[in-house]
Design a protein around this ligand. Structure first.
Ligand code: URA
Length: 256
């Protein structure tokens, strides 16, 4: 059972359960577009400079991110920091965010364990990702894992392994799919773990290459750090998404 001081774990609503995804909340804290807010401590917005040449998109906040209200501060974030370092790309130069902004979890003993977000939750949260795309205007987007890739391409299914590390041109941006750092942390076989980490590094290197010098370490980009208060009260409500925006078919991108 959940502790009284913590929100209760999410239930398993079916994917077609009704949800108020037509709401246009002004702030993440006011978001009720799906039910995940009920079970989270904080909504976790993206963080980094706006605009930024590179945006890195993860899946959803984990336990530590939920408590801190900040993306990628737990174990996956630490591995991602190592990958940034090895790729020669500074974390401060990229905009780091998640496809879904509230932690979805289930209780196992006393631990809150990650649960993969449902398609309807990814779609509901697309409202915030679209807002971030507008503010950040990235040239390159690194998608960490299948959930991020689905959210970024606006599709319901992807074969991540088939497109790993292959740049995809989509809506004027280059999308680079790679593994999620949590995958690289949990693969039992050390060689496979190292290979997964190397894939992430290669994707970040490619992102730096595609985005040009601006994203490279020491390029002197101004970092706009938003306070916790500002993070929960964005400047303005995101613009409404067109209801049935045609999704352009992703095309492989040419080398720069
Ligand atoms: N995993 C993610 O996808 N995002 C985070 O912020 C942390 C862990």
């Amino acid at each position: 059972m959940s502790s009284p001081s913590r929100p209760a774990p999410p239930g398993d609503a079916p994917d077609d359960a009704p949800q108020p995804s037509d709401q246009r909340p002004a702030t993440l804290d006011a978001c009720r577009r799906c039910d995940l807010w009920r079970h989270a401590t904080h909504g976790v917005p993206g963080d980094g400079p706006t605009p930024a040449p590179v945006m890195v998109v993860g899946e959803q906040p984990g336990n530590q991110e939920d408590l801190a209200g900040k993306a990628f501060v737990g174990p996956a974030g630490r591995l991602l920091d190592e990958a940034f370092e090895k790729a020669g790309l500074s974390r401060e130069s990229v905009f780091l965010t998640n496809a879904v902004k509230h932690f979805k979890w289930e209780l196992r003993g006393k631990r809150r364990l990650h649960k993969t977000p449902a398609q309807r939750e990814i779609e509901a949260c697309g409202y915030w990702l679209e807002d971030e795309f507008e503010r950040v205007a990235p040239r390159v987007v690194v998608a960490l894992g299948a959930t991020a890739l689905k959210a970024v391409l606006g599709v319901k299914a992807t074969a991540l392994r088939k497109v790993l590390g292959q740049p995809i041109e989509h809506e004027g941006r280059t999308v680079i799919p790679t593994y999620h750092p949590s995958y690289a942390l949990r693969v039992p076989d050390p060689a496979a773990r190292e290979a997964a980490f190397d894939e992430i590094v290669a994707a970040l290197k490619l992102a730096a290459k595609f985005s040009g010098k601006a994203a490279r370490k020491g390029a002197g980009k101004t970092v706009v750090k938003r306070s916790a208060a500002a993070r929960s009260a964005p400047e303005s409500a995101p613009k409404p998404r067109p209801k049935s925006k045609p999704k352009s078919k992703p095309k492989p991108a040419a080398e720069p």
